[in-house]
Design a protein around this ligand. Sequence first.
Ligand SMILES: Nc1nc2c(ncn2[C@@H]2O[C@H](COP(=O)(O)OP(=O)(O)OP(=O)(O)O)[C@@H](O)[C@H]2O)c(=O)[nH]1
Ligand SMILES: [Mg+2]
Length: 510
Amino acid sequence: MTANDIRNIALLGHGGSGKTSLAEQMLFMTKGTDRLGKTVDGNTTCDYDAEEIKRQISISLAFAPVNYKGVKINVMDAPGNFDFSGEALSAIRAAECAVLVGAAKDGLSVGIERSWKMLGNKPRMIFVNRTEEANSNYAACLDAIKAKFGQAITPIVAPVIDGNHAVTAIVDLLHNKAYEVKGGKAVECPIPAAVADEVEGLRAELMENAAGADEELMEKFFETMELSAEDIAKGLKIGVRDGSICPVLCGSAVTGLGVEMLLQTILDLVPVATDMPAEAAQDDDGNAVEVALDPNGPTAAIVFKTISDQYGKYSMIKVVRGKVTSDMALYNTTTGNTEKLGRLYFMKGKKGEETKEICCGDIGAIGKMDRVRTGDTLCDPKSIVKLAGMDYPQPCYERAIAPKTKQEVEKVGTGLNKLNEEDPTFRVTNNAETHQVVISGTGDIQIDVLCAKLKSRFGVDTELSTPRVPYREKIRSKVEKHARFKKQTGGSGQFGDVVIVFEPRWSRRT
Ligand SMILES: Nc1nc2c(ncn2[C@@H]2O[C@H](COP(=O)(O)OP(=O)(O)OP(=O)(O)O)[C@@H](O)[C@H]2O)c(=O)[nH]1
Ligand SMILES: [Mg+2]
């Protein structure tokens, strides 16, 4: 396998927009699974953790390698909940392109807006999901997306919409193919007459957008006012790579409508890793260097995520240069340790399929790397580089945590330490002044999940409280102040009369 046979995509977007269901449908359609799991039934490939099943939301980034027409599409399913946005950042680090998933009836969701910002200048496309629902509204959703993100927004699909605003069939403008749902399944069909005119109009728009991405194509387009399907794809691919084009598709993760088109679009338009610009990195002395995505160069890989649960510890890597084989010893630039690699895997949900090699541009896992953490660079000891890690958000929410039985304080510490390997976005501090252990994280759901995992994995019951403020000075006696404010600015003027009293709340009477 080479980088050309691989596409890495991150599914991002608002909670509940259907990312996990979409990954599931992609796997199912390509025979990667033999039954279509549902989030509500707790049997999807990507939401396998007990907490995910219980809450019916994704919590951790999960991996679904989808084999389509000989290409491996590494689908990374990120949680939409903002408490877990660190997971989305990990996915963005490893992906060449994001698929922003929106629900048609939500219009422009905050999740899409946030993901759009988080992506910086990374390529992206939008999949408007849940379009088969009555009163979903693809047209209104597209309008809102266009109004927000402007010119880059390029629909590459023409939907057939029924009286309930639901999409019943779609036309893939790039490949001139149509799909409809029959017997609950998406199948190919002739282009519906109802949208024939619209297809022409949209194709003309598409040609213009594609031509705009490349000068040569622009000249061709001006001469003939026509571009071949191949030329349109070429222009779109250039535009996606440089960020001037964001293709929009639509469909349904439940019926599968639009999912085959999405797979084909990923094959055609998502850049392969080796086509991306060199990465900014540092050498051993901290000088800025560039690391080209070169399959023949010395090995360099970034650990962009750690899975550490009852099934074991897996350090997820993206191979940026060279390749990683199981017999290698790689230098960890972050810690200065040399690590003898053991088993390598390709992850699919909770299952790891063993491999001997992870090639340039691919994503895989190294098992049981005790001294390796998320954000570390593993590289050839003869060519040391430090790749850029993830810039996780600063914690903004704090809770004090304590075991229900005092003797279990240590268990809480070790448990949180272990959970921190998996989720590096929270911090634990032992406040010597208040004698409290404080978790600082992104939000209450994140901390609630941590407590649940402490219970299920480490068998310790905990309770949360508001962290105490370590007052370093205290009010010892009663003080009363009186002030008066007068200002004559014409008219009635301003007047204030304030009496303020400070006194200890629990005064120790002496
Ligand atoms: N009708 C309909 N329901 C959908 C579709 N896609 C997902 N759903 C439902 O929407 C709910 C949420 O779907 P998920 O796939 O878990 O959504 P998600 O984006 O992964 O959510 P988070 O992981 O919490 O960010 C589930 O009940 C799905 O069955 C769709 O295309 N049509
Ligand atoms: Mg999900």
